[in-house]
Ligand binder design. Structure first.
Ligand SMILES: [Zn+2]
Ligand SMILES: [Zn+2]
Length: 175
């Protein structure tokens, strides 16, 4: 969404507040969000752009609800992410000293559109690992069902590999 900055540029107001929603499909050439994540609602975007005498500072808060699966047992789960990012907004494309180009936005026709930045930040900020529960036991390697509930395989006592080595050592000593 394009935000009109002329009130700040004309020094009529020092700050512009904004709030809108956005869908990745609204953004042409948007960077891909992880295939395992499905956004369940539009992305909520809010923040402000303040005049900093010589440049403007965009502070943006992004929140999103999504569905994904547990990385251990593949159960579907819902999660929520919220993060902030900043951009330095300038009128000329001349770089601000000490500021990375990726953190800059240039005013075009009196405003800025940073939808692409929002999707880009989102693709970086969404967690890559999800668990339905911190103690999720994962799936049974025999039947493929969840270990604590659906699996009824007889649990064989696994031998600790260190014990195995120890046992071998003992056997060798006997020889
Ligand atoms: Zn799980
Ligand atoms: Zn099983």
């Amino acid at each position: 969404m394009k935000i009109d900055l002329t009130p700040v540029l004309n020094r009529r107001v020092p700050v512009i507040d904004f709030e809108f929603t956005l869908s990745p499909s609204d953004v042409p050439d948007a960077p891909d969000i992880s295939e395992e994540i499905t956004l369940t609602e539009d992305i909520c975007v809010s923040g402000k752009i303040s005049d900093k005498d010589g440049y403007m500072l965009l502070c943006c808060t992004v929140s999103v609800e999504y569905e994904t699966v547990c990385d251990r047992c593949l159960t579907a789960l819902k999660d929520f992410a919220e993060f902030e990012f900043v951009r330095y907004v300038t009128v000329s494309s001349k770089a601000l000293e000490g500021i990375d180009e990726d953190e800059m936005l240039t005013v075009k026709e009196g405003g800025i559109d940073f939808d692409r930045d929002i999707i880009e930040e989102l693709s970086l900020e969404l967690p890559v690992y999800h668990l339905c529960d911190e103690d999720c036991p994962g799936l049974c390697s025999v039947c493929g069902k969840r270990l604590d509930s659906d699996c009824s395989c007889k649990k064989e006592k696994e031998i600790d590999p260190r014990m195995e080595t120890f046992k071998k050592l003992l056997e060798n000593m006997k020889k």
